[in-house]
Ligand binder design. Structure first.
Ligand SMILES: [Fe+2]
Ligand SMILES: [Fe+2]
Length: 271
């Protein structure tokens, strides 16, 4: 899926206790989703994620602002770029095993879809800040984010090489943080309900009643990204456990092996 044909991400279901989704307006549905985010506890971040959030607070302040979200969105694309890059290297290595290569390619498509979605978020924030004529300093909002993104790229790359599950977990922390930060920001700024989204790409991303609803949709997208990373994490842990099990079985099948067999032996079965 390319940037040109990708808009918002798949809609997550509303709360089971909520009125039926199809009788709600988009605004009502997004309000429910925001409420759901605000009442869901944040994930406990890994140490690397904590360092990143503290660094962002030190450099851009603890206060939530659209400028800070702009930096967040610049960094948000990075893990998907890392995974796409690493996956293409794997595809080249596994080219002869087309079924495996195809599965890896499916992962590339998912990563690209999410990366494109982050790009839309970035366009919306750039446009909104431009329309508000808010000045963005070259050093703090152009150069510094690139340095952070480059460092984050290196960290994500190393984590992915050593253990992909670590990289997925870090991204889930990042997306969870973004989802909650947007939801809190909208709650802190009721005036956003009266501001129209002045973005030039509004028609491509989706038309909403207000800037508050656009940001609610972005928050929902971040939840979707988080859930995708958690699914990838589960898949990775499951396949890692399966590989371990295979190795154990192969070891115990070797003649003369003293390794325990995979099927537990009860005391009654001992000679
Ligand atoms: Fe985003
Ligand atoms: Fe995201």
């Amino acid at each position: 899926m390319t940037l040109c044909d990708h808009h918002t991400t798949t809609e997550a279901p509303v709360s089971p206790n909520a009125p039926t989704a199809d009788i709600l307006s988009t605004h009502e549905r997004l309000m429910l989703e925001q409420e759901r985010t605000l009442t869901t506890p944040r994930r406990r971040p890994t140490p690397i994620a904590s360092v990143l959030f503290v660094t962002m607070d030190l450099l851009y302040g603890r206060r939530r602002t659209l400028q800070k979200f702009l930096v967040l969105e610049l960094i948000a694309r990075v893990p998907y770029q890392t995974w796409e890059h690493a996956a293409y290297i794997k595809i080249t290595r596994k080219a002869r095993h087309t079924q495996v290569a195809r599965r890896i390619y499916d992962r590339v498509c998912r990563a690209r879809e999410q990366q494109d979605n982050e790009q839309w978020h970035l366009f919306i924030l750039e446009d909104t800040l431009e329309h508000r004529q808010q000045h963005l300093g070259w050093f703090r909002f152009r150069l510094l984010p690139q340095v952070i993104a480059f460092t984050y790229y290196a960290v994500s790359w190393v984590l992915y090489l050593v253990r992909p599950a670590w990289s997925y977990r870090l991204n889930a922390d990042f997306e969870d943080h973004a989802e909650h930060e947007y939801a809190v920001f909208i709650a802190e700024h009721p005036e956003l309900e009266d501001e129209r989204c002045s973005c030039t790409i509004a028609a491509d991303y989706g038309v909403f009643d207000s800037l508050a609803d656009v940001l609610r949709q972005i928050s929902l997208d971040e939840r979707h990204h988080k859930n995708e990373s958690l699914d990838d994490l589960d898949r990775e842990l499951t396949s890692r456990e399966a590989r371990r099990q295979q190795r154990r079985e192969a070891r115990s099948a070797r003649p003369g092996s003293s390794a325990p067999r995979s099927t537990p032996t009860t005391e009654m079965e001992l000679p």
